[in-house]
Design a binder for this molecule. Structure first.
Ligand SMILES: [Zn+2]
Length: 499
């Protein structure tokens, strides 16, 4: 064991130190890609534009919003909503000037603006025209043009400038609209990589124990709580912040102050732009960051503040739950599926939940509805029991809020959604499950199972990866890594298996 690993092990909680094997297998973390990061960056679509006098642009924007809904992506937040005739790309100027009352609109003293309404696919043309016809100043000459626009936000200022020339005025927000900000990943990775090998080795160990005992497939999960010194641990506050974060999401993720600004009536702009406030915040290093990303940077910033007063304070990690797959426990081993409620991730999350209930001192309902114990969420192996008997280190927050999950295999779609709903903060897994996993975003190949596959053909698969670690439309995102290691034996399972 290297000196740095010795140091890590010595800092572990007593139960973890007791159950870890003598040899910790080392591995490397590789960040998971999001679906958007893997998609072609320049994905174009058609958008409707119209034009209107300055004083009614908010009425126009409201009509467009009503048709496109609140889904921020549909409102193309990276495009400047309202643009002066002089500032639209030259080829559009030439085209639009010659339509309807275009000549007057493009006169130097004109107070008209061009307004992006939204993606063509998201709104009915007839409804749109009907809505615009309600506005007195444009009723007599309703203009609706169609232009190609980039559907995703730019990833650099250079790209934004280019798109502003080619398509429409584009705003770059100095974040990564396609996934977690690179600085968030690298800072968190620096922290997680110190002890990820410990937790992954433990996950492997419990997986093998469960397989040996005949309880389940060789799949293991470990849930860890990382405590950053000085970080506010008040669950109540966390819950409140959480609520705010979620409402931010639903109000229009990423809609920024300038993108939607029509520079017309300041008091009315408030209404249109209200959602924008707080969408981005300055962090100390000057990076404008999306505060709704459950990233470590803000927490670390807070931590840095408070560690100034207490330089000795050290970050600690503590195991909260460990669970192996138990799909064959109390279950006849026929077929290939077993008990899906006994997947390792579900059992581990349930054990966290039971600890929270215990901390609240609520009497557990021990009523058995049926003889068959579907959830299999009582500890089965002695390591599981040891960890289970320890109290939750911080039983205040919501279920798995900001906890870390280490797994031997990529969790199945069901477990991936459970992980997301539990508000897990980070996930690390080793073996990809290209046919059944829910976290990876890469497209699923057609030759993943081989001719020996249970499908008989070796041709199943296909379709897009789900990338459930980072789907902002699901109101939660977590940072995810694959863990690559040559120093611990791999745990092969059937390619069709749902881990
Ligand atoms: Zn599962």
């Amino acid at each position: 064991m290297s000196d740095s690993m010795k140091e890590v092990v010595e800092a572990l909680d007593p139960v973890s130190r007791h159950i870890i094997p003598p040899d910790i297998a080392l591995g490397t973390l590789v960040p998971l890609k999001t679906i958007l990061e893997l998609r072609d960056n320049l994905s174009l679509g058609l958008a409707y534009v119209t034009r209107a006098p300055n004083k009614v642009t908010n009425d126009v924007v409201n009509i467009a919003r009503a048709l496109a809904g609140d889904d921020a992506a549909k409102n193309l937040p990276h495009l400047r909503r309202c643009v002066k005739p002089a500032d639209i790309p030259p080829h559009l100027k030439t085209q639009f000037m010659n339509e309807g009352n275009g000549r007057q609109v493009h006169l130097g003293k004109s107070n008209w603006l061009y307004i992006v309404l939204g993606p063509k696919d998201e709104m009915s043309y007839d409804e749109l025209v009907k809505g615009l016809a309600n506005i007195d100043d444009i009723r007599d000459d309703i203009f609706v043009g169609t232009i190609p626009v980039p559907l995703l936000a730019p990833t650099s200022q250079v790209q934004a400038n280019m798109w502003s020339q080619q398509f429409w005025q584009t705003v770059y927000r100095k974040n990564n609209p396609l996934g977690p900000h690179p600085s968030t990943i690298s800072r968190t990775e620096a922290v997680v990589s110190r002890d990820a090998s410990v937790w992954m080795t433990l996950a492997h160990q419990i997986a093998k124990k469960s397989q040996k005992a005949g309880y389940g497939e060789p799949i293991g999960a470990v849930i860890v709580k990382r405590t950053i010194p000085g970080k506010n641990e008040s669950g109540k506050q966390t819950a409140l912040k959480e609520g705010a974060r979620e409402s931010d999401f639903s109000n229009g993720e990423g809609a920024g102050a300038d993108g939607d600004n029509c520079n017309s009536r300041p008091e009315a702009d408030e209404g249109v732009n209200g959602i924008a406030h707080g969408a981005a915040a300055e962090v100390p290093d000057g990076i404008v960051q999306d505060v709704k990303q459950p990233d470590a940077s803000n927490l670390e910033a807070q931590a840095q503040d408070s560690t100034k007063s207490d330089p000795e304070a050290k970050e600690t990690t503590q195991i909260v739950a460990i669970a192996a797959d138990a799909r064959w426990h109390q279950q006849e081993k026929t077929g290939r599926i077993g008990n899906p409620m006994a997947h390792a991730a579900l059992r581990a999350i349930s054990m966290v939940a039971q600890k929270l209930v215990r901390a609240e001192d609520r009497p557990k309902s021990e009523q058995k509805m049926v003889d068959f114990e579907a959830f299999q969420d009582k500890p089965l192996l002695s390591d599981e029991q040891l960890v289970f008997d320890e109290d939750h280190p911080c039983p205040d927050g919501y279920l798995c809020h900001e906890l870390e999950l280490y797994m031997t295999h990529e969790p199945c779609t069901m477990c991936a959604m459970a992980i997301l709903h539990s508000r897990m903060g980070r996930i690390v897994f080793r073996h990809r499950m290209p046919l059944t996993g829910g976290m990876s975003s890469e497209d699923r190949g057609y030759d993943m199972c081989g001719a020996s596959g249970a499908c008989g053909e070796g041709l199943c698969g296909g379709g897009q990866g789900l990338g459930l670690h980072w789907r902002k439309e699901l109101n939660w995102t977590l940072l995810g890594w694959e863990w690559e290691s040559d120093s611990i034996e791999s745990l092969p399972v059937d390619a069709h298996l749902h881990a």
